[in-house]
Design a protein around this ligand. Structure first.
Ligand SMILES: [Zn+2]
Length: 192
């Protein structure tokens, strides 16, 4: 049996609940007005989380459903292909942008024009891009131009391959490699 004091508390609580309900339904009503143009099926349809893919041309971040990666997706801003089958040459700012925003793993070839083994590896890296895209983004960073980045990442020899996942370096491999080894090494680091 509740005494009058408790009943008063209960009544007070109910009043608060009712007040909350009123404001909640107002919020819902506002929300519905704002989303009139979206299809009601959107909320319930199975919708795997889209991946952030940075455009190699205009560097805009696009959202692509994982299942659509292989369907030659194009950039929503510049309408060019998000995957070209070629490594993407990036300066320091471009590197930071891609590595920090891409939800695809980013495989980086740190190289320099004066380095013979780097030039030998270039066509191998190119061939690896055709095999690893669209599940991995391949980029090249010229350490002669991006010296501060090379120093920041402690790139001690070139060529050096480094793999970044969600903005963090997860693996590094110095020395020239053939295309098949680049692909195998990358898959191994990604557990594929
Ligand atoms: Zn674009």
């Amino acid at each position: 049996m509740a005494d009058p004091h408790d009943m008063g508390k209960v009544a007070g609580t109910w009043f608060k609940v009712l007040k909350k309900r009123v404001s909640a339904s107002l919020d819902t009503h506002k929300g519905m007005n704002m989303s009139q143009n979206t299809s009601p099926t959107d909320a319930t349809a199975p919708n795997p989380t889209p991946l952030h893919v940075v455009c190699p041309h205009c560097h805009t971040t696009n959202r692509v459903a994982p299942a659509a990666l292989g369907d030659a997706p194009t950039c929503g801003k510049c309408h060019q292909p998000l995957f070209t089958g070629h490594p993407l040459a990036l300066d320091e700012a471009g590197f930071e942008r891609h590595v920090s925003r891409s939800q695809l793993p980013v495989l980086v070839d740190f190289w320099a024009p004066w380095c013979g083994p780097c030039r030998q590896m270039a066509p191998q890296f190119e061939a690896a891009a055709q095999q690893l895209e669209p599940h991995v983004r391949l980029v090249k960073v010229n350490t002669e131009e991006a010296q501060a980045l090379g120093a920041k990442l402690s790139i001690r020899s070139i060529p050096t391959l480094a793999l970044f996942v969600d903005g963090r370096e997860v693996a590094r491999q110095p020395g020239a490699m053939g295309a098949a080894d680049i692909v195998r090494w990358t898959h191994k680091q990604l557990g594929r």
